[in-house]
Design a protein around this ligand. Structure first.
Ligand code: ZN
Length: 309
């Protein structure tokens, strides 16, 4: 069993409008945009990152916005709901806030003993704000006060037709089964970074998801540094997983592998972080391009949808 993984690093999803996406995560949810860059593999598409003040691993929601993209179809083989943690007793205030912004499909429930607020993002992306004792410092620069601000991810749920192999993989990655309710098994990472929960939901009679705007593209798990990442890569390979080589994403190093149920997993390093090319006070403001795409800057600045804050 691995001991290097410390919870989630980031969650990456697909969107349609960059402007709407940015407005939702900054103005409505109160997160900070910590990086405005492009998809390194398809540089005519933005890669937008939202998180706490510095984009601490375990807080970072990221998007590839494709203008006019069709919505994804929900199903199995994907991340269904991404969970953010909020302070205890703030659900009602969040419901009011979300209503003010006409957020779609707001609902409340209790799962595994915690009050939750469920709602959809601008492209039908499904989110939950989960009440918890979470001591991580929130970003409060966008008008959501520390009394209710999002602390980071709590975790995510994975929807699968057959959960067996993925449950086994999560145990191998260091997760422990901690609870069960109906078709949902809860896994948690002991000693993690706060974004420690993965729920695995088994849905036998649901069709496979089809990716589009609002779908989660992949979820990334955090390791401290490149040495820990290489240990994880070797261990996964030794267990028979097809893992990519280490890829430089400028703000972290990444490896990817496809899980048995179809969900794409990444393992990303906490180093070097989002302040490697911008100072903390100005994170996320300028369009940052990786060196291999810097020669495209003039074309990309014309092509990419303008984002007004
Ligand atoms: Zn990623």
């Amino acid at each position: 069993m691995l001991h290097q993984i410390k919870g989630l690093h980031h969650v990456t999803s697909l969107a349609s409008s960059a402007q709407e996406n940015n407005a939702f995560f900054t103005n409505v949810l109160g997160l900070r945009r910590v990086k405005k860059t492009v998809n390194f593999d398809a540089p005519d598409v933005y890669h937008l990152y939202y998180g706490d003040e510095v984009g601490t691993p375990g807080t970072v929601m990221t998007y590839f916005p494709f203008p006019r993209a069709a919505r994804g179809r929900r199903g199995v083989g994907e991340v269904g709901t991404t969970y953010f943690s909020i302070p205890k007793g703030t659900s009602a205030a969040w419901v009011e806030r979300l209503k003010t912004f006409e957020t779609p499909n707001i609902a409340t429930d209790t799962r595994f003993g915690a009050a939750r607020v469920l709602f959809d993002g601008p492209d039908g992306d499904r989110f939950a704000l989960v009440e918890s004792d979470d001591t991580r410092a929130p970003w409060t620069g966008n008008g959501v006060g520390a009394d209710m601000a999002i602390r980071g991810f709590q975790g995510a749920d994975i929807r699968l037709r057959d959960a067996g192999a993925t449950a086994e993989l999560l145990r191998f990655m260091g997760y422990q089964e901690v609870d069960k309710a109906g078709a949902v098994t809860r896994f948690a990472m002991p000693g993690g970074n706060g974004a420690d929960v993965i729920d695995v939901e088994t849905l036998h009679a649901v069709n496979p998801a089809s990716q589009g705007a609002g779908s989660v593209h992949h979820i990334a798990f955090a390791v401290e540094n490149r040495a820990r990442q290489l240990e994880v890569r070797e261990a996964l390979k030794d267990t028979g997983w097809q893992v990519t080589p280490v890829i430089d994403r400028d703000y972290f190093w990444a490896i990817y592998f496809r899980t048995p149920g179809g969900v794409l997993f990444e393992v990303a390093t906490n180093e070097p972080g989002f302040d490697r090319d911008e100072d903390t006070a100005h994170l996320g403001q300028a369009l940052k391009l990786p060196s291999q795409h810097e020669h495209l800057r003039a074309r990309l600045e014309k092509l990419l949808e303008p984002i007004t804050d």
